[in-house]
Design a protein around this ligand. Structure first.
Ligand SMILES: C[S@@+](CC[C@H](N)C(=O)[O-])C[C@H]1O[C@@H](n2cnc3c(N)ncnc32)[C@H](O)[C@@H]1O
Length: 264
């Protein structure tokens, strides 16, 4: 195999021994110590020979529980269309560690009711939400109000491929409401969430990270065989300090790139 790994140290190391050591029970750290190089160098070498340590991720290494990645929830038991999968909210409570002290907003809440300390918002007043409001417009709450915002928007979307636009609209047939474009409500959701608070979206789309947020987790959610998969995207709203640090980092990267370009 042609050696594309550059660097005097890398070239002088015993690559095959490094790969063998890593495939034994040794950790990256131990292999690096043994060969007198950094963990990064070990990583580059084993990656080059496609000998990364994936052993525990192979399908044959998984226990029965490990083979079920993501959340397998029950089918919704509610009588209306579009309800949460059974057990979904309980799992989310546990994952985020939601307590009675946390202020929660359920957006596009349908008929879920909500507990004490929880607000609900939906466009349909028949559901009796705390706020009857259109999520495509300004929300009727102040900035930084909620510790957690949980949303289950209609799964409307428009995809453009090969100059054809595919429209998927659930709103009209299911709730007789107008389509809600993905992200059309996100700026407002971020505004009403406290700094450090979580914003959760259950959708067919893997939501992209909103401005001034970080992606914390993605969970696939199914209701068993022959049902469609959904993705729970969990974001955290950054604190002011984190936003400033992130902006500084972006600026630094830009400056370094400019400096490299101007020397080329
Ligand atoms: C997928 S369902 C959510 C159901 C909920 N997860 C449940 O378990 O009952 C979507 C909800 O969004 C509401 N909705 C539709 N358009 C809306 C809009 N523009 N603003 C706020 N809510 C809207 C619908 O009335 C419906 O209740």
């Amino acid at each position: 195999m042609a050696l594309t790994l550059k660097g005097r140290l890398v070239e002088s190391l015993d690559h095959m021994q490094i790969c063998k050591d890593l495939q034994s029970d040794m950790t990256y750290h131990e292999v690096a110590e043994k060969h007198g190089c950094s963990k990064g160098t070990v990583h580059r070498i084993v990656n080059h020979y496609d000998m990364m340590k994936y052993k525990k991720n192979r399908i044959t290494d998984q226990s029965v529980h490990g083979k079920r990645r993501g959340w397998a929830c029950g089918r919704p038991t509610a009588k209306y269309k579009g309800a949460y999968p059974n057990g979904f909210l309980k799992r989310l409570d546990k994952l985020l560690g939601i307590t009675e002290e946390d202020k929660v907003l359920h957006l596009f809440s349908g008929s879920i009711g909500g507990r004490e300390n929880e607000d609900t918002m939906d466009i349909q007043k028949d559901h009796n939400p705390t706020f009857v409001a259109d999520a495509r417009e300004t929300f009727p709450m102040g900035d930084n109000t909620y510790d957690v915002l949980i949303s289950d928007p209609p799964y409307d979307c428009e995809e453009e491929s090969n100059a054809k636009v595919v429209k998927i609209h659930y709103s009209n047939p299911l709730w007789e409401t107008e389509p809600v474009r993905p992200y059309s409500w996100m700026n407002e959701a971020v505004r009403v969430t406290k700094e450090g608070g979580y914003i959760c979206v259950l959708h067919h789309l893997t939501y992209k990270t909103p401005k001034n947020c970080v992606r914390e987790m993605m969970v696939s959610v199914t209701c068993g065989p022959n049902t469609r998969v959904r993705i729970l995207s969990i974001f955290r709203k950054m604190t002011k300090e984190e936003v400033i640090a992130a902006e500084k980092e972006t600026q630094l990267v830009r400056e370094i790139k400019n400096a490299i370009e101007s020397t080329n």
